[in-house]
Design a binder for this molecule. Structure first.
Ligand code: 5GP
Ligand code: MG
Length: 183
């Protein structure tokens, strides 16, 4: 049982397209414009990686500039590694050219306590020194435990802790959609 629909498949597409436009606007990503920072999209596995890939395609489609694409596994940087059940390591892949002096946009599906993003920032520190780091998420469900916010939000969804957001993406689940479920 999927739960209450928050975003339909076409809502998901529209939302990704909107965030792509916002990233272009906020990063002034214009073809051939000198002085613009290199933009690097880094997806947080697993669904953040697919969202980052889709955003890369959209940004190229809308601006003519294809940002660099990579992924950042944060498993090793979590502050609850010892208390959480073992999870296999995901892929970290840094795009050619690295992240030095780049504008890095971290991409994840759901923002909750903010601990994953904090871990991602720790992970970035080992890869280089970006000019700036931004955050894009499909869903912000609240309940932050750290002073972290997203620069781009697909949809703000106030949730209770007992609820859970189910993010379906074609790459993983055969179709797109976002649902709110009671635990
Ligand atoms: P945080 O670290 O901010 O507490 O949680 C964010 C991370 O956990 C993200 O990588 C996200 O994928 C996952 N997450 C947290 N809450 C939810 C949720 O309600 N639904 C889904 N699909 N993922 C969540
Ligand atoms: Mg995740």
């Amino acid at each position: 049982e999927a739960g209450r629909e928050l975003l339909s498949a076409s809502d998901v597409s529209r939302t990704i397209a909107r965030i792509a436009h916002q990233i272009i606007e906020k990063t002034a990503l214009d073809a051939g414009e000198p002085g613009n920072p290199r933009v690097v999209l880094l997806g947080i596995p697993t669904r953040g990686t697919s969202l980052a890939a889709r955003l890369t395609d959209k940004i190229e489609e809308f601006s003519g500039v294809r940002p660099a694409l990579g992924s950042l596994d944060i498993t090793l940087y979590r502050d609850d590694l010892r208390t959480r059940p073992h999870r296999p390591l995901e892929r970290t892949s840094v795009p050619e050219g690295g992240i030095e002096d780049a504008l890095v946009v971290l991409i994840d599906d759901v923002l909750f306590s903010g601990r994953t993003v904090r871990s991602a920032l720790d992970g970035l520190r080992d890869l280089g020194r970006p000019r700036a780091v931004q955050l894009a998420v499909l869903i912000d469900r609240g309940h932050r435990e750290l002073p972290i916010r997203a620069d781009y939000v697909g949809k703000n969804v106030p949730t209770s802790r007992a609820e859970d957001i189910s993010v379906l993406l074609t790459e993983h689940d055969g179709r797109d959609g976002v649902y709110l479920r009671q635990e």
